[in-house]
Design a protein around this ligand. Structure first.
Ligand code: ZN
Length: 120
């Protein structure tokens, strides 16, 4: 899939979705979407694509030297949303009579939205 079809990558994923990595080094791992870079078509997923950074100690900034781990952005096409019943699935769209759109699982056709959004 090319990311540059439009100026923005078409994705129906949103932050806090649970996704499974379907390609690459972390294939099979599941995590929460932490961030999406729609311009670049890249995604940040909790516990996926963890990279080690070698950090040099910096006493002025209270930074200890050593190896720090953090997630890295990778291509959106490498993840699929996880349906609670079916596992990783493609996202379908259900358009209501009033034009409202609901994201649904393509397999079981159940809505993928969480019923309650926890307010922060
Ligand atoms: Zn399903």
């Amino acid at each position: 899939m090319t990311a540059q079809q439009n100026e923005r990558t078409k994705t129906r994923l949103v932050r806090d979705d649970t996704v499974e990595v379907i390609a690459g080094r972390d294939s099979g791992k599941r995590g929460r979407v932490l961030d999406i870079d729609r311009k670049k078509g890249r995604i940040l997923v909790e516990h996926a694509m963890v990279v080690k950074k070698h950090v040099r100690p910096n006493p002025q900034r209270q930074v200890k030297g050593g190896i720090a781990e953090s997630e890295a952005f990778f291509d959106i096409s490498n993840v699929m949303i996880v349906c609670p019943q079916c596992g990783p699935v493609r996202i379908g769209m259900l358009v209501g009579e009033d034009g409202s759109k609901t994201r649904i699982c393509r397999k079981c056709e159940q809505p993928l939205e969480k019923k309650k959004r926890t307010a922060k």
